[in-house]
Design a protein around this ligand. Structure first.
Ligand SMILES: [Zn+2]
Length: 259
C-alpha cells in the first residue's frame, strides 16, 4: 500500500488522497480534480474501485460524479450522506472495519463536530494503526470550524475521545493545508512554543506540490493549541477566563473563527 497526498492548489487548499493498494486497486479520498485523478490512474494503470468522502461539503465531493461516469466505481460515505453525497453507493457504519488488501484494513470512525455526517478513516497496515484521514476534523496544528452544520461541543467530544486517544505515532492526513496559519495561531496564544516555531520554519522551506509536510499525533500534541487545553500559558492568554478544558476549547474555536 502506498499513500499519495495531493495538494489541489485551489483557494481552499484541499488535499486529495490516493491509496494505491498492493492488488493494483486504487481508492480516492475526497476527489477534487477528476481529470488529475484520471491522469494518475492511467499513468500507473490502476483500477479505481472506490471513492470515499469524509463528509458532504462540496469541496470534498466535487470529483465524485465525473469519476463514477468514467470508471463506474463505488462511492462510500456516512449513512447520513445519502442524498447529499454525489453518486453514493454504500453507507459506512461507525467502527466498521473493511479489508482493503492482504495487509491493509480501514476502520471507520464516526466524528461529528465540523458537520454531523463526518467520518475519519484509520488505516491499519500489517496489523498496526498507520495513519488517519481526518477530513475537516483535525488539521495540522488546528481543528475544523463549525460553520456549516457543525457543533462545537460535538467537535470537542470527537477530538477528546476519537483523536486524542489514538497512538502517538499515527500519521495525520487532513483535508486541507492550513498548517502555516494554524501554527501562527498557536504562537499567538503560546508564544514560548518552540516546536511551533520550528514547524513554521519547516513549513516555509517545504514544497506542497512535491512532498507536503506530515505530522504525527505526537507532533500535534506539541503544536496544536486544541490538543493543549491544560497548558497554563494558553489558558492565561485567553481574553475570557475558562474553568474547564471544554470551555478553553470553545473559547479557542471562537477566537480561531475571527483569526
Ligand atoms: Zn468541510
Amino acid at each position: 500500500m502506498k499513500i499519495h497526498q495531493v495538494f489541489t492548489q485551489n483557494a481552499l487548499r484541499n488535499f486529495t488522497y490516493y491509496i494505491e493498494l498492493d492488488n493494483n486497486n486504487l481508492i480516492i479520498i475526497d476527489p477534487w480534480d477528476a481529470k488529475e485523478a484520471q491522469a494518475f490512474i492511467e499513468s500507473k494503470q490502476l483500477i479505481l474501485t472506490t471513492i470515499i468522502n469524509t463528509h458532504e461539503h462540496w469541496d470534498h465531493t466535487q470529483g465524485n460524479q465525473e469519476l463514477v461516469d468514467i470508471y463506474d466505481c463505488e462511492v462510500w460515505a456516512h449513512e447520513v450522506g445519502v442524498g447529499r453525497i454525489p453518486a453514493q453507493t454504500r453507507k459506512l457504519k461507525p467502527a466498521e472495519k473493511i479489508r482493503l488488501d492482504d495487509k491493509t484494513i480501514m476502520e471507520v470512525v464516526d466524528t461529528p463536530g465540523h458537520c454531523q455526517a463526518h467520518l475519519c478513516f484509520i488505516i491499519e497496515h500489517q496489523g498496526k494503526p498507520y495513519c488517519i484521514f481526518t477530513g475537516d476534523i483535525l488539521f495540522n496544528a488546528g481543528v475544523g470550524n463549525c460553520h456549516n452544520g457543525g457543533d462545537v461541543e460535538d467537535l470537542y467530544e470527537t477530538i477528546c475521545t476519537k483523536i486524542f486517544t489514538l497512538p502517538d505515532s499515527i500519521i495525520i492526513y487532513p483535508g486541507h493545508d492550513y498548517l502555516e496559519n494554524n501554527v501562527r495561531f498557536t504562537l499567538k496564544y503560546e508564544s514560548s512554543n518552540t516546536q511551533a516555531k520550528l514547524w513554521l520554519e519547516k513549513y516555509k522551506k517545504s514544497n506542497l506540490d512535491g512532498t507536503p509536510l506530515v505530522t504525527t499525533l505526537e507532533d500535534e500534541k506539541q503544536i496544536n493549541t486544541f490538543l493543549r487545553l491544560n497548558n497554563k500559558e494558553i489558558q492565561n492568554s485567553l481574553e475570557v477566563p475558562t474553568n474547564s478544558e471544554k470551555e478553553t476549547f470553545i473559547a479557542l474555536r471562537a477566537l480561531r473563527d475571527k483569526w
